[in-house]
Design a protein around this ligand. Structure first.
Ligand SMILES: Cc1cc2nc3c(=O)[nH]c(=O)nc-3n(C[C@H](O)[C@H](O)[C@H](O)COP(=O)(O)OP(=O)(O)OC[C@H]3O[C@@H](n4cnc5c(N)ncnc54)[C@H](O)[C@@H]3O)c2cc1C
Length: 394
C-alpha cells in the first residue's frame, strides 16, 4: 500500500512516523525546501509542544458539538506517550511542555530523523496543485497512491508554507470550507492614549464583549502597545473578536487592571483612607498608566480617598477594574498563530478523520476547522489527529 501525506508539518511528520512499516510505502510531499518550518517558530523558538491540562474544551470550531468526539482522552494519552517516547525528557512549566533543549529545532530534527530512519520518503519543493481520484489518487498528474492524508495546515504565517492553497482543491472535491480567519492575534484600537501606554506589561484580566455581551475572560500578562493590546490572554480572547469584527459587529475588551498574579498578595484596599487618589494608584500601577486612568476618571488626583463621594469611588473602581477599550481591528494571518475555520468537521468521520466525501482521504491538523488556545493545544491537536489517522490506516 502506498500512502501519500501532503504537508510535512507537525501533523504530517507525526503521521508518517506512526504509519510507516515494512509493508507500506509512505511519501511526504512538502512545498518548502525543508519540512517542519512552522515548528521552528513555535513557542518563541522553544516549541510548547503539549499541555498537561489537555481537554476538548480548550478547542474551538464552528461545530463545537463534534469536538469531544474527535479529541478524546484515549488520544490525549497516546499523544503524550508518543511525545515521551520520541523526546525522552520534557520540560514542564506550569503544565506547558517543552523539549529538554528548550529549542524548537530539537522537535523538528527528531521528527525528521525518525522519518528518515524508518524509510519515509520525503520529497521537498513539491507543491500539490491537483488531486484526482479514480480507483487510486493521482497527484499533479504525477504521483499515485492508495491512501491520501492532507496535513497542509491553515493560513497563518504563510512564510512557513501554510498558505491555504489546498482549500480550493478540497472544495472542488466536495468539502465545505468554513471561512478561514486569523486567531491568536493582537487586537488593535484607535485611542489617543495608546502611545502613552506603549510598553507597559502588567497582570490583568481581559474580557471580550461583543455587541454588549460578555463572551470570554482570560487572565495573564497583558501587553499595552501603541496599536492596542497583546499578550497570551489577549490572544486567547481574540478568536471571537476577529469573527465578530468580520461580521460587522461591535467588539470591546474590558480590562481589570486589579487582577492579581499568582505570586501577589492582596495588600491593596481600595477603601484605604489615608492616601490621595494619586498615592493609592502610584503604589500599584505603572506611572504611565496612572496618567491615562486619571485623565479618563476625571477625579482630582490630590483628593484624599476618604473625601471621595460614593459616586467618585465607584468611578475609580470602574476604571481600574472595568477599563473599556473599543477594538477596531486585529492582526492578519502574518501575525496569527492559528487559523480558525477550514474543512468542516461535518465532512469527516470523527472516529477516523476520513473524509465523508472521498473514500481513503484523511484530514489532520490545522487544515480542519479546529483551533486551540495558546499553550501547546494546537501542536497537541496536530499530534492527536495524526495518531488517530495512523491507528485507522495501520
Ligand atoms: C508564531 C507561531 C507560534 C506558535 N507557537 C505554538 C506553540 O508554542 N504551541 C502550539 O501548540 N502551537 C503553536 N503554534 C501553532 C502550531 O504551530 C500549528 O497549529 C501547527 O504547526 C499546525 O500543524 P500542521 O501540521 O497542521 O500544519 P503546518 O505546521 O502549518 O504544516 C503544513 C505544511 O504543509 C505544507 N503545505 C501546505 N500546502 C501545501 C501544498 N499544496 N503542497 C505541499 N505542501 C503544502 C506547508 O509548507 C507546511 O510545511 C504557533 C504558530 C505560530 C505561527
Amino acid at each position: 500500500m502506498k500512502i501519500v501525506i501532503v504537508g510535512g508539518g507537525a501533523a504530517g511528520l507525526m503521521a508518517a512516523i506512526n504509519i510507516k512499516n515494512d509493508n507500506n510505502e509512505v511519501v511526504i510531499l512538502e512545498k518548502n525546501e525543508e519540512v517542519g518550518k512552522k515548528i521552528l517558530v513555535t513557542g518563541n523558538g522553544r516549541c510548547n509542544l503539549w499541555n498537561f491540562d489537555m481537554h476538548y474544551s480548550k478547542y474551538n470550531s464552528s461545530n463545537p458539538e463534534l469536538l469531544d468526539k474527535i479529541i478524546t482522552p484515549e488520544y490525549e494519552d497516546d499523544a503524550l506517550n508518543k511525545l515521551v517516547e520520541l523526546f525522552s525528557i520534557l520540560k514542564n512549566k506550569n503544565n506547558y511542555l517543552y523539549p529538554r533543549s528548550n529549542k524548537a529545532t530539537t522537535v523538528r530534527d527528531v521528527l525528521l530523523h525518525v522519518c528518515n530512519k524508518l524509510g519515509v520518503e520525503i520529497i521537498t519543493n513539491y507543491t500539490v496543485t491537483s488531486i484526482k481520484k479514480t480507483d487510486k489518487f493521482i497527484i499533479n498528474n504525477d504521483i499515485t497512491c492508495d491512501k491520501l492524508i492532507i496535513s497542509c495546515g491553515g493560513k497563518s504565517l504563510p512564510i512557513t508554507g501554510s498558505d491555504g492553497s489546498i482549500y480550493s482543491i478540497l472544495k472542488d472535491m466536495g468539502h465545505t470550507i468554513i471561512e478561514p480567519l486569523p486567531s491568536l492575534v493582537p487586537l488593535f484600537a484607535n485611542e489617543s492614549y495608546l502611545n502613552k501606554w506603549n510598553g507597559i506589561r502588567c497582570d490583568a484580566k481581559v474580557t471580550s464583549i461583543i455587541d454588549g455581551k460578555k463572551i470570554k475572560e482570560e487572565s495573564g500578562e497583558l501587553q499595552l502597545t501603541d496599536y492596542g493590546i497583546s499578550g497570551i490572554c489577549v490572544f486567547n480572547i481574540s478568536r471571537d473578536i476577529v469573527k465578530a469584527l468580520n461580521e460587522g459587529k461591535n467588539a470591546n475588551v474590558q480590562i481589570s487592571f486589579l487582577e492579581l498574579g499568582e505570586d501577589e498578595k492582596v495588600y491593596f484596599e481600595l477603601e484605604e483612607k489615608n492616601n490621595t487618589v494619586y498615592e493609592l494608584l502610584l503604589k500599584v500601577f505603572d506611572k504611565k498608566l496612572i496618567k491615562i486612568l486619571l485623565d479618563k476618571m476625571d477625579i482630582n488626583p490630590d483628593a484624599y480617598i476618604k473625601s471621595l463621594t460614593t459616586k467618585e469611588m465607584s468611578r475609580l473602581a470602574d476604571y481600574i477594574e472595568r477599563f473599556n477599550i473599543n477594538i477596531t481591528g486585529h492582526g492578519d494571518f502574518n501575525k496569527s498563530q492559528v487559523t480558525q475555520g477550514g474543512v468542516s468537521l461535518e465532512d469527516i468521520n470523527p472516529d477516523t478523520l476520513e473524509s465523508k466525501k472521498i473514500k481513503d482521504l484523511y484530514l489532520i491538523g490545522e487544515v480542519l476547522d479546529i483551533d486551540g488556545d495558546c499553550g501547546g493545544y494546537n501542536l497537541g491537536f496536530a499530534w492527536m489527529s495524526a495518531l488517530k489517522v495512523s491507528d485507522h490506516i495501520c
